[in-house]
Design a protein around this ligand. Structure first.
Ligand SMILES: [Zn+2]
Length: 323
């Protein structure tokens, strides 16, 4: 039951009833709820200082997990970096040395990888894990750079290896007469009295004695530069091996190749004879480097066993002059 209130009116000297207007009621209620709300906000604010909401707790846990992932990623990148370093070391110390290339300086391998503009948002953010995130991306950029340098180096080594293999196949490195076919290694490279001309001059090749018709083999890959008859050299063949090497084969009974023909090491290019300035069937064989005759024996490394090599040395000791 609502209480009825009165007040004493000094003007009329009477007690008069207090009448409450609807506006007063509304204002009173509004004031009450405002107070309650203010107290509630105050309590919530105070509590939130000491306790997290479930949503905040979840976000914090997720954040922690993400940070952990970044740390793991960073560790993995360190391991990858170590693997790459060991590949680089092997490259510098073995492969590049083998192919006569200088090691790549560390300054070039490491390079100056700085921040990139595509990550500007992270650099400018206030993220408390900014350093970890930036550091991780920098490691990735670093790895990219080092892998690129390593890849370039391997490409070079690849080319050099291909070229070296091609060069080794081209250099005149086998005897033109099979060790089984030859009867003697006659005149050697160097100064000697010419057997027919009877004066001292340089013998610019070596002579293999072998029966007429014994096959003569190309000593390395190359192209036939000349194949013709000359009054002194008889039927002769010149092979250009590239890499500034040539080989010459003289006094053949006949040749089996023509100018411009490509030959492989071991191909039969002609047969032993005694044409031109010669007094018995033999092959006069020369190797030229940059157009200058060199000692062919120094290049025989492809098809000789130790025993065969000793046989060659023995044959050299018993040498005889043929042209
Ligand atoms: Zn000779």
């Amino acid at each position: 039951m609502a209480k009825i209130k009165y007040y004493y009116n000094t003007d009329t000297c009477n007690y008069e009833r207090i009448r409450v207007s609807k506006t007063d009621v509304v204002l009173n209620l509004f004031g009450f709820f405002t107070l309650v709300l203010a107290i509630a906000i105050g309590i919530l604010f105070t509590l939130s200082k000491f306790y997290d909401t479930p949503k905040l707790t979840q976000l914090k846990n997720e954040r922690e997990a993400i940070v952990q992932h970044y740390q793991d990623l960073s560790q993995d990148l360190n391991t990858a970096e170590q693997h790459l370093s060991s590949l680089s070391e092997r490259d510098d110390d073995i492969y590049r040395v083998y192919f006569e290339q200088k090691p790549i300086p560390q300054s070039v391998r490491r390079g100056g990888v700085g921040g990139t503009s595509r990550r500007a948002d992270i650099y400018e953010s206030n993220n408390s894990e900014k350093d970890l995130i930036i550091g991780t991306f920098q490691k990735i950029d670093q790895l990219h750079h080092e892998m690129l340098i390593q890849e370039k180096s391997y490409n070079l080594i690849d080319e050099l290896a291909y070229d070296k293999a091609k060069m080794y196949a081209s250099i005149p490195a086998i005897q033109p007469i099979s060790i089984d076919d030859m009867t003697r290694l006659a005149s050697m490279f160097g100064m000697r009295m010419h057997p027919l001309l009877q004066y001292e001059r340089k013998h610019e090749g070596i002579d293999f004695t072998a029966p007429r018709g014994t096959p003569i083999h190309a000593s390395g890959n190359g192209e036939v530069e000349a194949a013709f008859y000359s009054t002194t050299g008889g039927y002769l063949v010149v092979i250009n091996h590239g890499y500034s090497y040539q080989s010459r084969y003289l006094h053949m009974s006949k040749f089996e190749v023509k100018k411009g023909q490509k030959v492989k090491r071991g191909d039969v290019i002609g047969y032993v004879g005694s044409t031109g300035l010669s007094r018995a069937p033999h092959l006069h064989y020369e190797v030229l480097k940059n157009g200058e005759p060199v000692n062919p024996v120094h290049y025989f490394n492809k098809n000789l066993t130790q025993e065969q090599y000793e046989l060659i040395v023995e044959l050299v000791a018993k040498q005889n002059d043929f042209d």
